[in-house]
Ligand binder design. Structure first.
Ligand SMILES: Nc1ncnc2c1ncn2[C@@H]1O[C@H](COP(=O)(O)OP(=O)(O)OP(=O)(O)O)[C@@H](O)[C@H]1O
Ligand SMILES: [Mg+2]
Length: 280
Protein backbone atom coordinates (compact mmCIF):
# COMPACT_ATOMS: atom_id res chain seq x y z
CA UNK A 1 0.00 0.00 0.00
CA UNK A 2 1.41 3.37 -0.95
CA UNK A 3 2.18 5.75 1.89
CA UNK A 4 -0.33 8.46 1.13
CA UNK A 5 -0.08 11.95 2.59
CA UNK A 6 -2.81 14.29 1.33
CA UNK A 7 -1.29 17.39 -0.26
CA UNK A 8 -3.26 19.71 2.05
CA UNK A 9 -1.81 17.99 5.09
CA UNK A 10 1.68 18.25 3.60
CA UNK A 11 1.09 21.96 2.94
CA UNK A 12 0.18 22.50 6.59
CA UNK A 13 3.26 20.64 7.76
CA UNK A 14 5.64 22.48 5.47
CA UNK A 15 4.32 26.04 5.34
CA UNK A 16 7.58 27.44 3.95
CA UNK A 17 7.12 25.69 0.63
CA UNK A 18 4.77 26.20 -2.28
CA UNK A 19 3.33 22.85 -3.32
CA UNK A 20 3.25 22.36 -7.08
CA UNK A 21 2.09 18.76 -7.25
CA UNK A 22 2.00 15.38 -5.52
CA UNK A 23 4.16 12.78 -7.28
CA UNK A 24 3.25 9.09 -7.34
CA UNK A 25 3.42 7.86 -3.76
CA UNK A 26 5.33 4.66 -3.04
CA UNK A 27 5.40 2.25 -0.07
CA UNK A 28 8.16 4.16 1.50
CA UNK A 29 7.39 7.79 0.94
CA UNK A 30 5.07 10.46 -0.31
CA UNK A 31 6.88 12.73 -2.78
CA UNK A 32 5.93 16.27 -3.76
CA UNK A 33 7.23 18.79 -6.24
CA UNK A 34 7.59 22.00 -4.23
CA UNK A 35 9.24 25.40 -4.51
CA UNK A 36 11.08 27.28 -1.81
CA UNK A 37 10.80 31.02 -1.14
CA UNK A 38 13.29 31.76 -3.92
CA UNK A 39 11.28 29.81 -6.46
CA UNK A 40 13.80 26.95 -6.46
CA UNK A 41 12.22 23.67 -7.60
CA UNK A 42 12.64 20.93 -5.03
CA UNK A 43 11.38 17.45 -4.33
CA UNK A 44 10.07 16.91 -0.81
CA UNK A 45 9.85 13.30 0.35
CA UNK A 46 7.98 12.49 3.52
CA UNK A 47 9.19 9.10 4.64
CA UNK A 48 6.79 6.48 5.94
CA UNK A 49 7.69 6.23 9.65
CA UNK A 50 6.67 2.58 9.71
CA UNK A 51 9.78 1.59 7.83
CA UNK A 52 12.89 0.55 9.72
CA UNK A 53 15.06 3.59 9.28
CA UNK A 54 18.01 2.60 11.44
CA UNK A 55 20.60 2.98 8.73
CA UNK A 56 19.11 5.93 6.95
CA UNK A 57 20.75 8.76 8.89
CA UNK A 58 24.20 7.32 8.25
CA UNK A 59 23.57 6.83 4.56
CA UNK A 60 21.99 10.24 4.19
CA UNK A 61 25.02 11.71 5.92
CA UNK A 62 27.22 9.98 3.37
CA UNK A 63 25.08 11.34 0.55
CA UNK A 64 25.63 14.88 1.68
CA UNK A 65 29.24 14.40 0.63
CA UNK A 66 28.38 13.36 -2.91
CA UNK A 67 28.31 16.03 -5.56
CA UNK A 68 28.03 14.73 -9.09
CA UNK A 69 25.93 15.69 -12.15
CA UNK A 70 24.45 12.17 -12.31
CA UNK A 71 23.42 11.97 -8.68
CA UNK A 72 20.60 14.00 -7.18
CA UNK A 73 21.62 16.70 -4.75
CA UNK A 74 20.29 16.73 -1.22
CA UNK A 75 19.14 20.04 0.12
CA UNK A 76 17.90 19.31 3.60
CA UNK A 77 16.59 16.45 5.66
CA UNK A 78 15.20 15.57 9.05
CA UNK A 79 15.07 12.03 10.25
CA UNK A 80 14.47 12.77 13.90
CA UNK A 81 11.78 10.73 15.57
CA UNK A 82 8.99 13.02 16.65
CA UNK A 83 6.27 11.74 18.93
CA UNK A 84 3.90 11.16 16.04
CA UNK A 85 6.71 9.88 13.84
CA UNK A 86 5.68 12.33 11.19
CA UNK A 87 8.73 14.42 10.56
CA UNK A 88 10.91 12.08 8.60
CA UNK A 89 11.61 13.94 5.41
CA UNK A 90 14.19 14.60 2.76
CA UNK A 91 14.37 17.54 0.41
CA UNK A 92 16.41 17.29 -2.76
CA UNK A 93 16.70 19.13 -6.04
CA UNK A 94 13.80 18.58 -8.37
CA UNK A 95 15.05 16.86 -11.51
CA UNK A 96 13.10 18.23 -14.44
CA UNK A 97 12.48 15.57 -17.07
CA UNK A 98 11.08 12.05 -17.06
CA UNK A 99 11.58 8.80 -15.29
CA UNK A 100 13.59 6.05 -16.99
CA UNK A 101 10.44 3.87 -16.92
CA UNK A 102 9.02 5.97 -19.75
CA UNK A 103 12.04 5.34 -21.96
CA UNK A 104 12.30 1.56 -21.71
CA UNK A 105 10.26 -0.86 -23.79
CA UNK A 106 11.85 -0.35 -27.18
CA UNK A 107 15.48 -0.74 -28.25
CA UNK A 108 17.64 2.37 -28.00
CA UNK A 109 20.16 3.77 -30.39
CA UNK A 110 23.53 2.35 -29.32
CA UNK A 111 25.33 5.68 -29.10
CA UNK A 112 22.59 7.02 -26.86
CA UNK A 113 22.77 3.86 -24.73
CA UNK A 114 26.53 4.26 -24.33
CA UNK A 115 26.26 7.92 -23.33
CA UNK A 116 23.41 7.30 -20.91
CA UNK A 117 24.76 4.19 -19.22
CA UNK A 118 28.33 5.44 -18.98
CA UNK A 119 26.97 8.54 -17.22
CA UNK A 120 24.81 6.38 -14.95
CA UNK A 121 27.91 4.34 -14.07
CA UNK A 122 29.85 7.55 -13.43
CA UNK A 123 27.17 8.48 -10.89
CA UNK A 124 27.35 5.04 -9.29
CA UNK A 125 31.10 5.35 -9.09
CA UNK A 126 30.68 8.53 -7.11
CA UNK A 127 28.33 6.71 -4.71
CA UNK A 128 30.96 4.03 -4.30
CA UNK A 129 33.49 6.66 -3.33
CA UNK A 130 31.10 7.72 -0.57
CA UNK A 131 30.69 4.08 0.42
CA UNK A 132 27.04 3.94 -0.55
CA UNK A 133 25.44 0.94 -2.19
CA UNK A 134 22.15 1.97 -3.76
CA UNK A 135 20.49 -1.49 -3.53
CA UNK A 136 17.35 -0.33 -5.27
CA UNK A 137 18.44 0.85 -8.67
CA UNK A 138 15.41 0.57 -10.94
CA UNK A 139 13.75 2.70 -13.63
CA UNK A 140 11.72 4.81 -11.21
CA UNK A 141 14.88 5.63 -9.28
CA UNK A 142 16.64 7.00 -12.34
CA UNK A 143 15.45 10.38 -13.60
CA UNK A 144 16.17 11.39 -17.17
CA UNK A 145 17.06 15.06 -17.24
CA UNK A 146 15.81 17.29 -20.03
CA UNK A 147 19.26 17.08 -21.67
CA UNK A 148 18.99 13.27 -21.68
CA UNK A 149 21.43 12.63 -18.83
CA UNK A 150 20.56 10.21 -16.01
CA UNK A 151 20.26 11.31 -12.41
CA UNK A 152 20.25 8.67 -9.68
CA UNK A 153 17.75 9.19 -6.87
CA UNK A 154 16.70 7.34 -3.70
CA UNK A 155 19.98 5.93 -2.53
CA UNK A 156 20.31 5.03 1.08
CA UNK A 157 16.62 4.57 1.62
CA UNK A 158 16.59 0.99 0.46
CA UNK A 159 17.27 -0.57 3.84
CA UNK A 160 13.75 -1.94 4.07
CA UNK A 161 14.25 -3.88 0.89
CA UNK A 162 16.06 -6.68 2.63
CA UNK A 163 14.36 -9.92 1.82
CA UNK A 164 12.65 -10.62 5.16
CA UNK A 165 10.65 -7.42 4.79
CA UNK A 166 9.65 -8.19 1.25
CA UNK A 167 8.34 -11.62 1.97
CA UNK A 168 6.61 -10.31 5.07
CA UNK A 169 4.67 -7.57 3.35
CA UNK A 170 4.51 -9.23 -0.05
CA UNK A 171 3.89 -5.73 -1.30
CA UNK A 172 7.17 -4.83 -2.94
CA UNK A 173 6.80 -7.14 -5.90
CA UNK A 174 7.91 -4.45 -8.32
CA UNK A 175 11.30 -4.08 -6.78
CA UNK A 176 12.89 -7.56 -7.04
CA UNK A 177 12.71 -7.12 -10.81
CA UNK A 178 16.10 -5.40 -10.48
CA UNK A 179 17.56 -7.55 -7.72
CA UNK A 180 20.93 -9.24 -8.06
CA UNK A 181 21.14 -12.95 -7.16
CA UNK A 182 22.81 -12.16 -3.82
CA UNK A 183 19.93 -9.91 -2.74
CA UNK A 184 17.68 -12.93 -2.48
CA UNK A 185 19.85 -14.29 0.32
CA UNK A 186 18.58 -11.46 2.52
CA UNK A 187 22.06 -11.21 4.00
CA UNK A 188 23.80 -7.90 4.04
CA UNK A 189 27.30 -9.36 3.91
CA UNK A 190 26.75 -10.44 0.31
CA UNK A 191 25.70 -6.98 -0.82
CA UNK A 192 28.25 -4.51 -2.10
CA UNK A 193 28.81 -2.05 -4.94
CA UNK A 194 28.75 -4.92 -7.43
CA UNK A 195 25.12 -5.56 -6.48
CA UNK A 196 24.25 -2.26 -8.15
CA UNK A 197 26.19 -3.32 -11.26
CA UNK A 198 23.77 -6.23 -11.75
CA UNK A 199 20.85 -3.79 -11.73
CA UNK A 200 22.67 -1.70 -14.33
CA UNK A 201 22.96 -4.91 -16.38
CA UNK A 202 19.20 -5.38 -16.30
CA UNK A 203 18.58 -1.75 -17.24
CA UNK A 204 21.15 -1.87 -20.04
CA UNK A 205 19.71 -5.10 -21.41
CA UNK A 206 16.25 -3.52 -21.31
CA UNK A 207 17.54 -0.50 -23.23
CA UNK A 208 19.40 -2.49 -25.87
CA UNK A 209 16.92 -5.31 -26.40
CA UNK A 210 13.68 -3.53 -25.54
CA UNK A 211 12.60 -5.93 -22.81
CA UNK A 212 13.57 -7.18 -19.38
CA UNK A 213 16.12 -10.06 -19.51
CA UNK A 214 13.99 -12.21 -17.21
CA UNK A 215 10.63 -11.05 -18.51
CA UNK A 216 9.22 -14.55 -18.82
CA UNK A 217 9.53 -14.90 -15.04
CA UNK A 218 8.38 -11.49 -13.90
CA UNK A 219 4.86 -12.57 -12.98
CA UNK A 220 5.84 -14.49 -9.88
CA UNK A 221 8.31 -13.87 -7.06
CA UNK A 222 9.70 -17.41 -6.90
CA UNK A 223 9.99 -17.75 -10.67
CA UNK A 224 11.78 -14.42 -10.82
CA UNK A 225 14.17 -15.29 -7.99
CA UNK A 226 14.96 -18.58 -9.70
CA UNK A 227 15.55 -16.94 -13.09
CA UNK A 228 17.78 -14.22 -11.65
CA UNK A 229 19.81 -16.75 -9.70
CA UNK A 230 20.01 -19.50 -12.32
CA UNK A 231 18.82 -18.62 -15.81
CA UNK A 232 20.90 -17.43 -18.72
CA UNK A 233 18.13 -17.88 -21.24
CA UNK A 234 18.30 -14.21 -22.07
CA UNK A 235 21.51 -14.96 -23.98
CA UNK A 236 19.55 -16.80 -26.63
CA UNK A 237 16.95 -14.10 -27.13
CA UNK A 238 17.16 -13.08 -30.83
CA UNK A 239 17.28 -9.39 -29.89
CA UNK A 240 20.24 -10.00 -27.61
CA UNK A 241 22.00 -12.40 -30.00
CA UNK A 242 21.86 -9.74 -32.72
CA UNK A 243 23.77 -7.16 -30.66
CA UNK A 244 27.39 -6.34 -31.57
CA UNK A 245 29.84 -8.53 -29.64
CA UNK A 246 31.22 -5.74 -27.37
CA UNK A 247 27.72 -4.94 -26.11
CA UNK A 248 26.95 -8.60 -25.48
CA UNK A 249 30.12 -8.89 -23.48
CA UNK A 250 29.33 -5.86 -21.31
CA UNK A 251 25.79 -7.05 -20.58
CA UNK A 252 26.91 -10.60 -19.83
CA UNK A 253 29.56 -9.39 -17.46
CA UNK A 254 27.18 -7.05 -15.63
CA UNK A 255 24.66 -9.88 -15.34
CA UNK A 256 27.15 -12.40 -13.94
CA UNK A 257 25.48 -14.46 -11.25
CA UNK A 258 28.56 -14.19 -9.06
CA UNK A 259 29.59 -10.67 -8.22
CA UNK A 260 33.28 -11.57 -8.54
CA UNK A 261 32.69 -12.00 -12.26
CA UNK A 262 31.14 -8.58 -12.76
CA UNK A 263 33.33 -5.55 -13.38
CA UNK A 264 35.55 -4.52 -10.48
CA UNK A 265 33.71 -1.27 -10.19
CA UNK A 266 31.46 1.18 -11.97
CA UNK A 267 34.42 3.14 -13.35
CA UNK A 268 35.71 0.09 -15.19
CA UNK A 269 32.22 -0.73 -16.47
CA UNK A 270 31.76 2.88 -17.66
CA UNK A 271 34.94 2.75 -19.68
CA UNK A 272 33.95 -0.54 -21.34
CA UNK A 273 30.45 0.81 -22.08
CA UNK A 274 31.97 3.89 -23.76
CA UNK A 275 34.13 1.63 -25.91
CA UNK A 276 31.22 -0.66 -26.80
CA UNK A 277 29.29 2.38 -28.00
CA UNK A 278 32.24 3.73 -29.98
CA UNK A 279 32.60 6.83 -27.82
CA UNK A 280 36.31 6.42 -27.20
N1 LIG B 1 14.31 14.58 -7.12
C1 LIG B 1 13.28 14.30 -7.92
N2 LIG B 1 12.98 15.11 -8.94
C2 LIG B 1 11.93 14.84 -9.74
N3 LIG B 1 11.13 13.79 -9.62
C3 LIG B 1 11.38 12.92 -8.63
C4 LIG B 1 12.47 13.14 -7.73
N4 LIG B 1 12.48 12.11 -6.83
C5 LIG B 1 11.45 11.30 -7.18
N5 LIG B 1 10.79 11.77 -8.25
C6 LIG B 1 9.67 11.12 -8.92
O1 LIG B 1 8.62 10.97 -8.01
C7 LIG B 1 7.99 9.71 -8.16
C8 LIG B 1 7.90 9.02 -6.83
O2 LIG B 1 9.20 8.71 -6.37
P1 LIG B 1 9.45 7.65 -5.23
O3 LIG B 1 10.91 7.47 -5.10
O4 LIG B 1 8.69 8.10 -4.04
O5 LIG B 1 8.76 6.33 -5.79
P2 LIG B 1 9.34 5.05 -6.51
O6 LIG B 1 10.67 5.33 -7.11
O7 LIG B 1 8.29 4.56 -7.41
O8 LIG B 1 9.50 4.00 -5.36
P3 LIG B 1 10.65 3.80 -4.25
O9 LIG B 1 10.10 4.33 -2.97
O10 LIG B 1 10.84 2.33 -4.18
O11 LIG B 1 11.86 4.52 -4.70
C9 LIG B 1 8.81 8.93 -9.19
O12 LIG B 1 8.13 8.91 -10.41
C10 LIG B 1 10.08 9.70 -9.31
O13 LIG B 1 10.59 9.65 -10.62
MG1 LIG C 1 12.09 6.12 -5.99
Amino acid sequence: MPFHVPIDEARKRFPNYTFIKALTASEQKAAFHVQDKNGEDLCLKIVNPNFGLDRVPREVEAMLKVKHPNVVEFVEYSLSVKRDGSLYYIIENFVEGTDLTAELGKPWDHTRAAEFFAALLDGLNELRRANVVHRDLKPSNVRVRADGEPVIIDFGLARHLDLPDITKTGALVGTPLYFAPEQFTGERKYIDHRTDLFAVGILLYSALVGKHPFDAATHDFNALADAIKNSEEYLSDPGFAALPAPWKLVVKKLLSKQREHRFNDAAQAASVVRKAGGLT
